[in-house]
Design a protein around this ligand. Structure first.
Ligand SMILES: CCCCCCCC/C=C\CCCCCCCC(=O)N[C@@H](CO)[C@H](O)/C=C/CCCCCCCCCCCCC
Ligand SMILES: O=c1ccn([C@@H]2O[C@H](COP(=O)(O)OP(=O)(O)O[C@H]3OC[C@@H](O)[C@H](O)[C@H]3O)[C@@H](O)[C@H]2O)c(=O)[nH]1
Length: 432
């Protein structure tokens, strides 16, 4: 009986201490994320040496057309930056996509650009199947290989297809690339898009995601999403190019890891990445979040306790702990916790947006509630689901560290790369 009492007391004490630690941490995440976001986002870096900025090769991996792609790609031709090239990578032969890119390139002949059509499904008997690139498992890396090899500038930007770019963003990112910095990344966020799904996505990327992304980056832990990353080319050349990261689906994590390992600093850009894909809905967002969560589970065991840093789970914890310690009413404490959290999230979103929100406070409240509740479904599906993920129509089995194997389909086989090049007909306009 005495033993039982001792064990019970020890277990209770440990649970209490851990619960208090979690509660302290979640509120520190709020303060950390909000302060760092406030300090970082939408702040102009002033510099007069625009002409001295290094040239940048922008790599755009593309797979298919969505209803906003044309407008999104167009924004890359209107960037104000003295020297840059755009390297379009079309994964599989897709005439409509190739024509779209070609049309844009013809419209902006003064912007340096190239088009690569570099990968195709495996065809048995193809002589090229013995190529050294057949062991590349990450399709995004595979898609970018030829462009990377042709990139002519000392910095390159990996920029996902769903992004639109403001005229001054590249300039702002380049200004962050000071002497000891090796990688500048944009925190994923969204454009103002119509409909409730657009609001939920904005609320997610601007609240819970922004809070954790900014806090983790503030404390210097590797947390880089590869959606929009400006990288010193020499750091990747040193390990043999992008193909060095081809075995992992979370190539972004490993690229940042490598840059940091070489002693370079990593910086968050002042403007968050503006995702503006035309294909968006609640189910697409949930599927993507489950995929990301599966990646994080294979990158860090801490991903398994992520549910604890959600509003409702920590509210329950706060209610139980304060009721046990001070006999406070658990429901009242939990309600206050939720209300305060909701207000903090609203301010975090305003900071990330850098201005007024495109929806009413009422819509924010509903989108926030949907996001909070769906997070448990996302964790549940990721934790209990299979080790496979679906990405752009293909299935991959994830091993440890997100090492990938494509399921039930052939490995990516290169076809002779088609390169279409434009030599600028007039000097690139300077934005000075
Ligand atoms: C009180 C509870 C403590 C909870 C600890 C929570 C750990 C949280 C882990 C991750 C949440 C951050 C999410 C940031 C967004 C990442 C988006 C993403 O999944 N991107 C992937 C696809 O592009 C990408 O491959 C992954 C990139 C980064 C993964 C980072 C994993 C390591 C995280 C370690 C966190 C330590 C936090 C310690 C806090 C004290
Ligand atoms: O088969 C593919 C899949 C994707 N891609 C490209 O990779 C980029 C990102 O793809 P999506 O938008 O589908 O996916 P996500 O936004 O979820 O990607 C994110 O998660 C996985 C990481 O590896 C990526 O770096 C990150 O951006 C796009 O530009 C897409 O065109 C390919 O080139 N081939």
């Amino acid at each position: 009986m005495l033993i039982f009492h001792i064990v019970y007391t020890i277990a209770l004490t440990i649970s209490l201490v851990l619960s208090i630690l979690v509660l302290v941490l979640v509120w520190l995440f709020h303060f950390g994320g909000m302060s760092y976001g406030y300090y970082k986002f939408h702040r102009r870096t002033v510099s007069n040496n625009l002409k001295e900025l290094p040239g940048i090769s922008i790599i755009k991996p593309l797979t298919c057309i969505d209803s906003n792609l044309y407008e999104n790609l167009k924004t890359f031709f209107n960037i104000k930056y003295p020297r840059y090239e755009i390297l379009f990578c079309v994964q599989e032969h897709n005439n409509d996509l190739i024509n779209m890119v070609e049309g844009l390139r013809a419209q902006y002949p003064h912007v340096e650009s190239q088009l690569f059509v570099g990968s195709q499904q495996y065809s048995p008997g193809d002589e090229l199947s013995k190529s050294e690139t057949t062991d590349i498992k990450n399709p995004k890396i595979f898609n970018m290989l030829s462009a990377y090899e042709k990139a002519q500038y000392p910095l390159f930007l990996i920029s996902d297809s769903g992004l639109m770019m403001r005229e001054d963003t590249l300039y702002d990112m380049a200004l962050c690339m000071i002497d000891d910095v090796g990688l500048v990344h944009q925190m994923p966020f969204t454009c103002d898009r119509k409909g409730f799904a657009g609001s939920v996505e904005k609320v997610y990327f601007g609240t819970q995601h922004a809070r954790m992304y900014m806090t983790i980056n503030f404390i210097g832990i590797n947390c880089v999403t590869g959606m929009s990353c400006l990288i010193r080319k020499e750091t990747i050349d040193r390990v043999g190019g992008l193909k060095a990261f081809g075995n992992y689906i979370a190539e972004d994590y490993y690229i940042a890891y490598e840059v940091a390992k070489q002693g370079w600093k990593i910086r968050v850009a002042p403007i968050p990445a503006l995702q503006n894909s035309g294909d968006y809905s609640l189910s697409i967002w949930i599927e993507r979040m489950i995929r990301w969560c599966k990646l994080r589970m294979r990158l860090s065991p801490l991903a398994y306790i992520e549910p604890l840093q959600e509003c409702f789970s920590s509210a329950i914890l706060a209610g139980i702990v304060t009721n046990y310690l001070f006999e406070w009413n658990a429901l009242v404490v939990a309600a206050c916790h939720i209300l305060l959290w909701f207000l903090f999230d609203y301010f975090m979103l305003r900071i990330t947006q850098g201005g007024p929100l495109p929806f009413s406070k009422f819509e924010f409240a509903i989108a926030w509630l949907v996001r909070e509740l769906s997070s448990f479904y996302i964790y549940f599906k990721a934790f209990t689901g299979s080790s496979t993920i679906r990405w752009r129509g293909k299935e991959y089995r994830l091993g440890s560290g997100t090492r990938a194997e494509e399921v039930q389909s052939s490995p990516l086989i290169p076809v002779p790369t088609i390169v279409v090049e434009t030599i600028p007909t007039s000097p690139t306009p300077s934005s000075a």
